[in-house]
Design a protein around this ligand. Structure first.
Ligand code: AMP
Length: 282
């Protein structure tokens, strides 16, 4: 199996990109922060089906972490990541360092609105979508992909990036991929390695609660009561809940019943020091 080309400087990225685009080959980008798991790989496979050439970026983006968050301890597994991407036949890995992305004097930040101010993740991580939008805009202009793939796992992020690509005429089609889960339902995440054995066994409660709540809503239960019971179940399992909410799946606007839909249920909660998020169609 041939290893993907690896670019660490803008110059080598541009050289490789020109090569990939020969004969008008379409190019798909899968942006990641590394510590790759089957969720990332499902996006790579989706990319493979949609485009001739696949680029994966691996960059732990400092501007989307707040000072108290886990930038320093975020898992970095370069060798294993590269082996996985080699096995998937990825064409190019874009692996810049922080100085390449944010050289001295860097002073520009994109301020997304709309879905980025929906009152979900932004309420608890106010710096987050500005950092994501800025790095994704840079990745899009650096790599110039025809399309880019993002997971529904980060549902609000998918909306923010789609909106930005359209608003700024970036010429990139943003495509969402379904959430990949562990056998017990826990959404795969690079952060799951932080969980202690006890926390790991409690963690599937998040998905189970989403499923139970969706089922109750489909059965005609009132939204408010179903969400309140869901919040209680999550608390009982040892989580500290940030939010459990029902939102319009396209606009992220609050809804008061399933008939306002399509409805998405979204949850974020902390188990010990690990913050987990998940979502499901209601
Ligand atoms: P990250 O490396 O956590 O920044 O994630 C990179 C991309 O993979 C993002 O578009 C995520 O939404 C996506 N992703 C992460 N976990 C999953 C999962 N369990 N299923 C599907 N996509 C995922």
């Amino acid at each position: 199996m041939t290893q993907p080309l690896i670019a660490r400087s803008l110059q080598s990225l541009h050289r490789a990109r020109t090569e990939l685009g020969r004969r008008n080959a379409t190019v798909a980008l899968v942006p990641t922060m590394g510590a790759l798991h089957d969720g990332h790989i499902s996006l790579v496979r989706l990319a493979r089906r949609r485009a001739k050439k696949v680029v994966v970026s691996i960059f732990v983006n400092p501007t989307q972490f707040a000072a108290h968050e886990d930038l320093g301890s975020y898992p970095r597994t370069w060798k294993a990541d590269l082996a996985k991407l080699t096995a998937e036949g990825v064409d190019l890995v874009w692996h810049p360092d922080a100085k390449t992305m944010y050289p001295d004097g860097f002073a520009t930040r994109i301020a997304p609105e709309g879905p980025a101010l929906a009152g979900l993740e932004d309420r608890f991580r106010p710096h987050f979508f500005g950092g994501v939008a800025t790095v994704v805009a840079k990745l899009f202009t650096q790599v110039r992909p025809d399309m880019a793939l993002f997971g529904e796992k980060d549902f609000q992020q998918l909306k923010v990036v789609s909106r930005m690509a359209r608003d700024l005429d970036l010429g990139v089609k943003v495509i969402g991929g379904a959430i990949v889960r562990e056998r017990d339902g826990l959404a795969m995440s690079s952060r799951n390695v932080y969980l202690s054995p006890e926390e790991r066994s409690a963690a599937p409660v998040l998905f189970r609660t989403l499923k139970d709540t969706a089922k109750r809503l489909r059965g005609g239960d009132r939204l408010k009561a179903a969400l309140a019971d869901g919040a209680e179940a999550i608390g009982r399992a040892g989580f500290v809940l940030d939010y459990l909410e029902a939102r319009h799946a396209d606009t992220l606007a609050p809804v008061s019943s399933l008939t306002d839909g399509p409805v998405r249920l979204l949850v974020a909660a902390k188990l010990g020091t690990t913050r987990l998020i998940d979502n499901i169609r209601a």
